[in-house]
Design a protein. Structure first.
Length: 409
């Protein structure tokens, strides 16, 4: 056979193989599209927010909320910055003169990503959390902050510009059982405590009833409902609507029957327009759905085999009147799931582990603005906020999309 014929034959086979691969990919895409699955689509905005002034940097970024003007508020932990490296301009004496200084705990950004406000930290008349956790805006525009430090058993309430309003509970009201012979007070509180909290993860609100729903939390194992004005306790419950029990359940086992109690932390409790409540039982890898009186409705298990810190970290709801979609952060598998709320069908996910835009390191909290854009924060060494631009509803072609980089249109 002539050498030219060999080359032609090889080229022909290569073309056939390429066509086969291409057809396989087309078939896979077509199958997904023919299934009729539609979901919200997003692209990361790698230039949001704009750089911070004053050499400021973020620590573990542990909460986020959006106000009616689509201003984004985040809260972070200054104490998680490494004094020898990341806070070099803040050491005594400074080890550098230009970088870096921890930003104030609460930062406010406008929709374009400009920093327009900042406040927070210890002050007169209140006890700043040992380890702040979560920030939420109530129906009249006030900001609520919890804490999951060892001594955090209270909630703080501020105006949107940082003026202190109220403290519910007091710091240090929870104590562990003392050692034998100790003169320290006996164990105080628990999931039936009518006064103190147990390391609150997040607060959400139901405007029609003026109620606050507290994910309580890192020490307790309950949802607590408060009057949002007075802080009065109205009701509380545990998993499946059971009376909460603080017994240590031990490590999560994906092969065991579902636990009858929440595992710590109870990480979110989000009411909806149709009078349901969606609770993040983080380490049990499940969203539990309740009526607002605590009656259990149903649950969704997400990434069941996940161990350690679990898969169900925080949720936000799409801004349409029906709140059709749930957006769920998973800081262990480093992705955001998109879930059809009524059916609890997991439609798709985006994100991956990493440092680049639309990748995550400890994706923690999530919020949505009025335009449908998503904002996420990252804890541990992630220490940042990211924006994902809503691109409309489209066909689901991949169950796991990975990084959602902007398209070149």
């Amino acid at each position: 056979m002539r050498k030219r014929d060999v080359f032609v034959g090889a080229a022909f086979l290569t073309a056939l193989a390429a066509l086969g691969v291409g057809q396989f990919m087309l078939d896979e895409t077509a199958a997904a599209q023919q299934a009729g699955v539609q979901a919200p689509m997003f692209e990361v905005d790698p230039l949001w927010p704009k750089p911070l002034p004053n050499h400021w940097i973020l620590g573990s970024t542990i909460g986020i909320t959006v106000d009616p003007r689509d201003h984004v508020f985040i809260i972070h932990r200054e104490a998680t910055l490494n004094p020898a490296n990341e806070m070099s301009a803040a050491t005594d004496p400074p080890t550098a003169t230009e970088c870096c200084v921890p930003a104030p705990p609460v930062l406010e950004f406008d929709p374009e990503g400009n920093l327009v406000g900042h406040w927070g930290g210890p002050g007169e008349g209140y006890e700043w959390p040992q380890s702040n956790h979560g920030i939420a805006i109530d129906p009249i525009g006030n900001m609520w902050i919890g804490g999951n430090g060892q001594s955090d058993s209270h909630i703080l309430k501020f105006t949107r510009d940082g003026k202190f309003l109220k403290q519910f509970g007091r710091q240090g009201a929870r104590r562990v059982a003392p050692a034998a012979g100790s003169e320290e007070p006996s164990y105080v509180g628990g999931s039936h405590d009518p006064v103190s909290f147990g390391r609150v993860a997040k607060i959400s609100f139901d405007p029609p009833t003026n109620e606050a729903y507290v994910a309580d939390g890192y020490l307790n194992k309950r949802v607590v409902v408060l009057d949002a004005t007075t802080g009065e306790r109205k009701r509380y419950w545990g998993a499946y609507g059971n009376e909460p029990d603080d017994t240590d359940l031990g490590p999560y086992d994906p092969n065991a029957p579902p636990a009858k109690q929440f595992r710590n932390p109870v990480h979110c409790a989000e009411p909806t327009h149709d009078r349901l409540l969606y609770v993040c039982d983080r380490v049990n890898n499940r969203i539990q759905v309740f009526q607002l009186d605590g009656t259990f409705v149903k649950e969704l298990i997400v990434a069941k085999e996940t161990r350690g810190s679990g898969s169900v970290w925080d949720i936000a709801l799409s801004p349409d009147p029906e709140q059709r979609y749930i957006y769920l952060t998973d800081g262990k598998n480093e992705k955001v799931y998109i879930i059809e709320r009524q059916t609890l069908q997991l439609l798709t996910s985006f994100g991956d582990g990493g440092r680049q835009p639309s990748q995550f390191y400890g994706v923690h909290s999530i919020a949505v603005d009025s335009q449908g854009n998503i904002y996420t924060t990252e804890t541990y060494e992630g220490k940042r906020v990211q924006k994902f631009v809503y691109k409309g509803i489209g066909p689901v072609t991949k169950k796991d999309q990975g990084a959602v980089w902007p398209t070149s249109e």
